[in-house]
Ligand binder design. Structure first.
Ligand code: ATP
Ligand code: MG
Length: 456
């Protein structure tokens, strides 16, 4: 691990030796922290030996906000100890006894995010090439994606999971958030069964911080505090998941705390931005629920999934109108509804069996909206075909990550998934153009090209 030591006394020196003896690299040893110094070092963890350094909690926050975990050694009752408690960073009493040293070393080694990040970086380096990580971060425009629909069972979770994996495979750091209060099962679609963290746990942690703030606590950046509520996705080091609300938790009063929920959702989206990647939220169907509303209102792009079924058209239009009304109220710009629809909303048809059904639905929707004086239909970003039912059932029911459509295709070349993957790729690259290059690097286009070659 690459470690930044902040301190310049005898304890710092002793720790520097012990850490190097254990095979770590002490990237720098600084007596104080400055923003400009900080941006020059890429480290996995920072160890602050407070009495031997000039550091306050604002500076410790600056490190944490960068996504670097912090371990603190400070005198009992020092302000940094209270800060560490508030943000959940490990803290040890200064001066440490010789018996404390192994605990400090293992606290440094166990900073989970650092470990995750190392794995993710290794994945990107080895699979996509060393130049890719910097490049991919430089060109992202959309970083906050909400996926929702006017009806249940359309494929929100399926598409959210597959997009998350597609982005992760192409080298993006992905934060997938299950923001469906109706027993969302994104964890199941991503085959990630760790119960370590959840959206509800994150909300409660926000609440705790808010109370501490009221009692005069320093202004702690919210996003960095809940990184540890994300769980890992097996075999996909670039993808992180925040599991959702279980059905027996839906009555938790915190979900109705509008202000808290809005703050938390915005901070969760910001995590994607701060970590140089994207956040994808799987958002439940009712935009009147605070969590859903906040997830839609704060997104750069809202993907609305539709099934091409004519009986739904009327309901879809009412839902679209309500959603836009709700959002524009939220944005406090009542005239921007049309702009919002064409700039930030994308329609995606899923489970398409016959393209004519899509055409018919588009015509009907256009006519209904025109009658209502709405001249635009949001752009249609993709038509995703129906996967054969037995393959689809396997993806849902098997705990094996290789049954996730996109992974099944990448790893096993499963031919019946080729049309699905093509449309998913088209959607993914419209949202984030650089994904096309990443997909090329992992060979996602190879099979399609081979096929075309044969036809020529
Ligand atoms: N393109 C597709 N081809 C075949 N089956 C699909 C496709 N997309 C989704 N499904 C299937 O449709 C069902 C519903 O999908 P999913 O759970 O993703 O929908 P949802 O919109 O998240 O539902 P809910 O509102 O219950 O959360 C699942 O059985 C899934 O396998
Ligand atoms: Mg779902």
């Amino acid at each position: 691990m690459r470690i930044l030591l902040v301190g310049s006394g005898s304890v710092t020196a002793q720790l520097a030796v012990s850490l190097q003896q254990r095979g770590h690299s002490v990237v720098a040893q600084l007596p104080f922290i400055q923003e400009e110094i900080l941006s020059g070092f890429d480290v996995d963890v920072a160890l602050i030996i407070a009495p031997e350094a000039r550091v306050d909690s604002t500076q410790a926050n600056a490190i944490l906000t960068k996504g670097t975990p912090v371990v603190v050694i400070a005198a009992a009752g020092a302000p940094l100890v209270a800060w560490a408690e508030g943000v959940g960073a490990p803290a040890f009493t200064y001066p440490p006894s010789s018996a404390d040293i192994p605990d400090i070393l293992s606290a440094v080694e166990q900073t989970v995010q650092a470990d995750d990040r190392e794995q993710a970086q290794r994945y990107v380096r080895e699979t996509l090439g060393g130049d890719w990580a910097a490049r991919v971060q430089g060109v992202l425009a959309t970083r906050r994606i909400a996926i929702t629909s006017p009806k249940g069972g359309v494929g929100k979770t399926t598409i959210a999971a597959n997009l998350a994996v597609l982005f992760g495979l192409t080298g993006l750091t992905v934060y997938a958030v299950d923001a469906d209060t109706n027993a969302g099962a994104l964890y199941h679609h991503l085959k990630s069964y760790s119960t370590k963290g959840s959206l509800l746990a994150a909300l409660h942690q926000f609440d705790q911080i808010r109370q501490q703030r009221h009692t005069g606590m320093a202004n702690v950046p919210l996003g960095a505090l809940i990184l540890d509520k994300f769980v890992t996705v097996p075999g996909l080091p670039t993808v992180h998941l925040l599991p959702g609300v279980k059905s027996d938790q839906a009555g938790d009063a915190i979900l109705n705390d509008e202000e808290l929920v809005a703050q938390a959702i915005s901070a969760l989206y910001d995590i994607g931005v701060h970590q140089g990647g994207v956040t994808i939220m799987d958002v439940g169907i009712n935009p009147a629920i605070p969590l859903h509303r906040a997830a839609i209102a704060n997104a750069d792009t809202v993907v609305i999934l539709l099934k091409p079924e004519l009986p739904d058209a009327d309901q879809v239009h009412v839902w679209l109108r309500n959603m836009v009304t709700t959002i524009t109220q939220e944005l406090k710009t009542p005239d921007s509804g049309l702009e919002y629809l064409s700039q930030r909303v994308r329609l995606v048809f899923n489970q398409v069996v016959d393209n004519q059904h899509v055409e018919d639905m588009i015509t009907l929707l256009r006519n209904i909206l025109k009658e209502q004086g709405v001249p635009v239909l949001p752009p249609i970003a993709a038509r995703i075909p129906m996967v054969p039912p037995d393959t689809a059932a396997k993806a849902v029911n098997s705990p094996d990550p290789e049954k996730i459509f996109i992974l099944d295709y990448v790893k096993n070349g499963t031919p019946e998934l080729s049309p699905f993957v093509s449309s998913l790729l088209s959607l993914g690259t419209q949202l984030i153009p650089v994904v096309a290059e990443g997909a090329e690097r992992i060979g996602l286009f190879k099979q399609r090209r081979k096929k075309r070659w044969r036809f020529w």
